[in-house]
Write a protein that binds this ligand. Sequence first.
Ligand code: HEC
Ligand code: HEC
Length: 244
Amino acid sequence: MTVRLRYLLLLASTMLLFTGCQLRGKPAPGPEVPRPDSIQDFTVLYGQNCAGCHGVDGKNGAAMNLSDPVYLAIVDDDTLRATISKGRPGTAMSAFAQKEGGMLTAQQINSIIAGMRQHWSKPDALAGTTAPPYAAKAAGNPQQGQAAYGTFCASCHGTDGKGGPKAGSVTNPFYLNLISNQGLRTIVIAGRPDFDAPDWRNNVPGRPMTEQEISDVVAWLAAQRPQKAGVVAAANAPASGGVH
Ligand code: HEC
Ligand code: HEC
């Protein structure tokens, strides 16, 4: 099953799950159950709140490979905090901070970030290379992006993006409707090592993508997204953590 099919199934099932939780309400904490607010253990917090989508140990889930040391080397703590606290509007990444309507305290979110760094970061992740900026500095050019797609992606995802010998479609409208431009950019830069999808250095061995090529290919992918009213609204909404 491709990552994208897993993604769609996961999103459908988690929506049901969340509805179910709301109907049941919060269980009354007994004396032996620690108050949910007091849990600070990374493994417990991550397992209860994140593993369902991002996978056990931060890999092989439908959503981003959070335990990828390359990913952790390109993303800073402020971005992690903003994303986890406020979520990503228009995607399944919901807001986790209590003040944004979620279940976690600011301290618990800090514990998750510290735990991700402690368990999954590696000092030599970039092996001496300079990573492209996490967030785009300017919008890319979709025409140039189509050419960049041909150079860097078509060998695996097919000439038109509808799937090829080594990987599935990247233009599936349902997939594109559920992922933000930053989400696409994150994958273009960091890849999905858990599914053997290369990072920006290794699509064409010896030819890392430039910052411009990354922005352009994301612009081309975004241009394949069906223009539905709701999606346009989400894309134009104030940026969450400045990264949407
Ligand atoms: C060497 C082969 C290869 C190249 C080159 C490649 N990919 Fe992939 N890509 C994969 C594999 C393998 C997967 C995971 C299996 C799948 O989803 O089909 C994947 C997955 C993806 C996903 C889905 C990830 C997710 O979490 O849902 C996106 C988006 C993607 N690639 C975009 C790109 C773009 C854009 C390029 C060019 C810049 C590119 N890929 C280049 C092999 C490749
Ligand atoms: C219901 C599924 C779901 C759950 C639960 C979930 N996430 Fe996510 N998460 C996503 C999706 C989908 C995205 C991609 C959003 C996008 O398109 O930008 C994402 C994106 C992210 C990103 C940003 C990746 C990037 O682009 O840099 C971080 C960080 C993250 N999640 C952390 C967490 C943490 C930590 C938890 C638990 C507290 C969590 N997520 C729980 C689905 C989920």
